[in-house]
Ligand binder design. Structure first.
Ligand code: SF4
Length: 267
């Protein structure tokens, strides 16, 4: 549901670049489709979370992308049913216990049963669990090298970069701007650590979402005329262990988890 009365009214807040990333030929066509109910406003990857918050009243219900993720879960779960857990544990850095594959994600134990059902005491969402199943099914098990690269430098990263910037780095920077304690909490809640090397950022936190997929969040605080900046780096082997599309979805899942936590607690 949106707050617009006509396609033209909605068109005014769109980027008007006709880039087609929403799957429609123009921004005006997209506006008309949203008004008809065929598309959600957040199908345009170039709208900021603030604009979505203002104009999309049902942002907490599943988005089209989340629905697609839920749908893909059935296929992944069927593939897990055929998985050799011992081999998968060796590759993914997990272990097998009582017939379940245990994977340490962000310092929390995640269990995958032989029907592909993921459970954890930690708050989770399909943006996090679908990449996890892809990690255990498709990851090559390449050990991290210690060389950091940006998301754009991963295989196929430039294609996903606009969505990645919009749904991962931008909202995470906004959270960090608003909640300066975010990084201390990342260390406490998600077993993060402060690495020695962090690209001269004011703050750097290294997280381990999956055992062989580390990421490094770097934050530069605002200074006089300069606005703050945030960038997430990945080990150069990340593309071996998770297809880049799912590295993006994992990043978006983490941001959503942090947004939920920040709503419940004062970070
Ligand atoms: S993705 Fe956004 S900017 Fe691109 S055509 Fe669709 S509505 Fe316009």
């Amino acid at each position: 549901m949106t707050t617009f009365k006509s396609p033209l009214e909605l068109y005014k807040i769109l980027p008007q670049t006709n880039c087609r990333q929403c799957g429609l030929p123009s921004c005006l066509a997209f506006a008309a489709e949203v008004l008809k109910g065929g598309k959600r406003l957040d199908s345009c990857p170039h709208l900021s979370p603030n604009i979505l918050d203002i104009h999309q009243s049902d942002r907490n219900s599943p988005t089209v992308l989340e629905q697609e993720l839920n749908d893909s879960m059935d296929i992944l779960q069927a593939q897990v049913a055929d998985l050799d857990f011992q081999e998968a544990a060796k590759r993914s850095g997990g272990l097998v216990h009582n017939g379940k594959l245990l994977i340490n994600c962000l310092g929390n134990k995640f269990e995958i049963n032989d029907r592909g059902k993921v459970s954890s005491l930690c708050h989770t969402n399909p943006w996090f669990t679908v990449p996890l199943l892809n990690y255990v099914l498709k990851g090559k098990g390449t050990p991290p090298s210690g060389e950091w690269v940006s998301f754009r430098e991963l295989p196929g990263g430039s294609e996903w970069n606009p969505l990645y910037r919009q749904r991962c780095e931008k909202p995470l920077k906004q959270l960090a701007d608003k909640h300066p304690e975010l990084f201390a909490d990342l260390i406490d809640i998600f077993s993060g650590r402060q690495p020695q090397h962090h690209f001269d950022a004011d703050i750097g936190v290294q997280l381990l979402p999956y055992p062989k997929l580390p990421l490094l969040i770097c934050y530069w605080q605002p200074e006089e005329d300069l606005v703050s900046k945030l960038q997430i780096f990945y080990d150069i082997t990340a593309g071996d262990n998770l297809p880049t599309e799912f590295v993006y979805r994992l990043g978006a899942g983490l941001v959503r988890m942090l947004e939920k936590i920040s709503q419940r607690h004062t970070l």
